[in-house]
Design a binder for this molecule. Sequence first.
Ligand SMILES: [Zn+2]
Length: 476
Amino acid sequence: MLIRNAEIEGRLSGLRVRDGRIEAIAPGLRAEPGERVIDGGGGALVPGLHDHHIHLFALAASLRSVDCGPPLDAEGMALRIRSAVASVPGGWIRGVGYHEAVAGDIDRGFLDACAGDVPVRVQHRSGRLWILNSAALERLPSGGLDDNPLERRGGALTGRLYDGDDWLAAHLRSERPDLSGVGALLARRGVTGVTDTGHANDAATFAALRDARRRGELTQDLLVFGRQSLDAVVGEAGIRPGAVKFHLHDGDLPDLEVFRGDIARAHDSGRSIAVHCVTVPDLVVTLTCLAEAGARAGDRIEHASLVPPDLIGWMAELGVTVVTQPHFIAERGDSYRADLEAEDVPWLYRAGSLIEAGIPVAGGSDAPYGRPDPWASMQAAVDRRTGEGVVLGDDERLSPEAALGLYTGAADLPGGPSRRLAVGGPADVALLDRPWARAREALGDVDVRLTLKAGDPVWAGPSLDRQLVEPTRTDV
Ligand SMILES: [Zn+2]
């Protein structure tokens, strides 16, 4: 395949792909007989993007779920659940994105009123809480008081389940959703690789991801974080195990000695660590334990939602990488402004000041908790505007080039040097609908016209579909 008339690192050029690799990059490349030719239309050709923090199965499930988040109110949410009940007879209803702004601290009673005897479970936007109705509770083992994590008040189940994902998953084993929808939506945005950062990922999750990839549901390369038990897993082309992921429970911090031991164990097994840090105490505890256990190249702070200025030097010294979500500023910035102390607001999802201090910073969608659109995320990194248009952390803005760099570092070197399109390298590329000079003015508006993974078109926009099915016979 030959892509002609595309902009590669600032100049118009052609790019030839053969056997999954880039065979040539040069202006004026001529098509060979029978070769497919794509007219790049002068659009920029960039390396396929890597989403450095995503939850694939949760994203797949959310695509089939009822959105229960703001700006809905209680009535609107009830209405949505009722219509889902009507349209999915017999099945479970799964709600996502719930926040107290919708209907307060809801329990089973609220959902019973919406759904009657159809089982419903609604996930809080934080990802930490599920609310289940009575019909759902009946399908789960409520058993003795001690052998399940369901919340009780005065001996009765409230329907709330905090930090019970593993338990819930174990009892709802039936469903690991198909990943084709996720694979397609990522390809459509130019994403050719992802890091699944689920802290509970184990050998069974790994096998399910590997099988989904073998079946072609996903074309992206996968780096899979998770439990220490992933040590035992052997990767194959396109999927391999990565760091040990730790999920700290804010307000319920770990025993320091145990945490330090866990970090050392991960390092001893040749793996780095990735720690979910959304509060200042999360971050302090992590840096403390990391300093004591000894940091290893590749150790990551996920989210780094709040970074007080006096911790930046320490992070740089330890050599940790930050994998952040600039789009949370756009998606949730206004509720942060309402919920946080004013002096904490400038510490939110920092990027510019971290990079300036020498800390590698990369981007990840955290989908389904954030939108899986790297271009919207880059836009948010550049303008840091909330939904209501307020700029949060002006000093943290990135240039459009640095914003693109959040998604073009290598899978195991996030925030490191951008991968480049190079002869001999993998043909993982995204063709944009405009030259970079225009893309950088409005990254959120960029459309990806074509995505190649190892030379295969995994996404082609409407204007390119025809060119792909009808190979050009002769050069003109
Ligand atoms: Zn996450």
